[in-house]
Design a protein around this ligand. Structure first.
Ligand SMILES: [Zn+2]
Ligand SMILES: [Zn+2]
Length: 321
């Protein structure tokens, strides 16, 4: 089969390789679509804490399990089902976690071997290119679960790339009010049709404080420094995108969390249940979400697409097999 193999940071190439042999409890999936995201581009350029090389990337996968006719998306995690995290419904935090496209081979190949328990059926009405966005949307639902978003609350989303926009969709689906901040006017322009269709407000700088919740969908620590003062007293900050860089956060500034009882929650990954919810949101908004998919490419065009993603020049790109 054809696969796109990352041998080491910077060295991504199309190879001919054996079809993976499913292990016990696994099933072979013929990949139909695999969406690309900034994390893939980051792993290619810089590596990632959870990346084990060499690796077939790809963790936003829609495909057909062998011997079946219906399509599924793949929850990229694996969980033991026994530990405290699993028992409390937070399987994304399982201590035995091995993520598809990070620790084990992912969906940028014609076939992938995945745990049968990770398959989530796709509604018949939903295009596979859109279904492939279930994973990133589910991660944003996890973020909103972490801050226990209530209907009617106002959420400031810092970062207007594909993930910030999917976060906005999650907030709308939870009957709350998103506002997307994106300092780059060309990115705002790119997302205009999606935002118009969903009725999502946005601007180049934050407006209209105070907010019930602020969430970062961009890796700059400035999102924390600029976001927290805009949270209402007793409100919440969700640290969704891991920070890059080495900026120091002043202790005097951190005291604002103390005096105003601001809660800070991390969010990383998603659960199978959140992927089921994401699929039904995507199905309800399938025409709006088309505006997020800027390009559909073949496997050999992925390096070029990842360059564009890394430079922030494109919204969502989906690989079609
Ligand atoms: Zn992703
Ligand atoms: Zn576990």
């Amino acid at each position: 089969m054809k696969a796109l193999l990352l041998r080491r940071a910077g060295d991504l190439r199309l190879v001919e390789t054996a079809v993976p042999e499913p292990r016990e409890g696994e099933v072979l999936v013929r990949v139909a679509q695999c969406a690309l995201c900034r994390t893939d581009a980051k792993m290619w350029r810089r590596g990632h804490r959870d990346l084990r090389l060499p690796r077939v990337l790809g963790h936003e996968v829609c495909g057909i399990p062998e011997g079946e006719s219906g399509r599924c998306v793949v929850w990229p995690g694996t969980a033991c089902g026994q530990c405290d995290a699993c028992a409390s419904g937070r399987e994304n935090l399982c201590g035995a976690m091995r993520i598809m496209g990070f620790h084990r081979d992912g969906g940028l190949a014609e076939f992938a071997a995945v745990p049968e328990s990770s398959l989530v059926p796709v509604p018949a009405t939903l295009d596979g290119r859109i279904a492939a966005l279930a994973e990133p949307l589910a991660c944003t639902l996890n973020a909103m679960d972490r801050v226990a978003l209530a209907p009617g609350e106002r959420v400031l989303i810092m970062g207007g790339g594909p993930v910030g926009l999917l976060m906005g969709l999650a907030v709308l689906a939870l009957e709350s009010h998103p506002f997307v901040v994106e300092p780059d006017p060309s990115k705002l322009q790119k997302s205009r049709m999606f935002r118009d269709h969903t009725g999502m407000d946005a601007s180049e700088s934050p407006m209209g404080a105070p907010w019930d919740v602020v969430v970062n969908a961009a890796p700059q620590a400035a999102t924390l420094l600029e976001g927290v003062p805009r949270i209402r007293t007793g409100g919440r900050f969700c640290l969704f995108s891991g920070f890059t860089g080495s900026e120091m956060i002043p202790v005097s500034w951190l005291n604002e969390l103390h005096y105003r009882e601001i809660q800070v929650s991390g969010a990383y990954g998603c659960t199978r249940q959140q992927m089921r919810r994401a699929l039904s949101i995507l199905d309800a908004h399938r025409e709006d979400v088309e505006w997020l998919i800027e390009d559909t490419v073949t496997l050999d065009k992925v390096p070029d697409a990842l360059s564009r993603i890394w430079e922030g020049r494109v919204l969502k790109v989906v690989v079609q097999f």
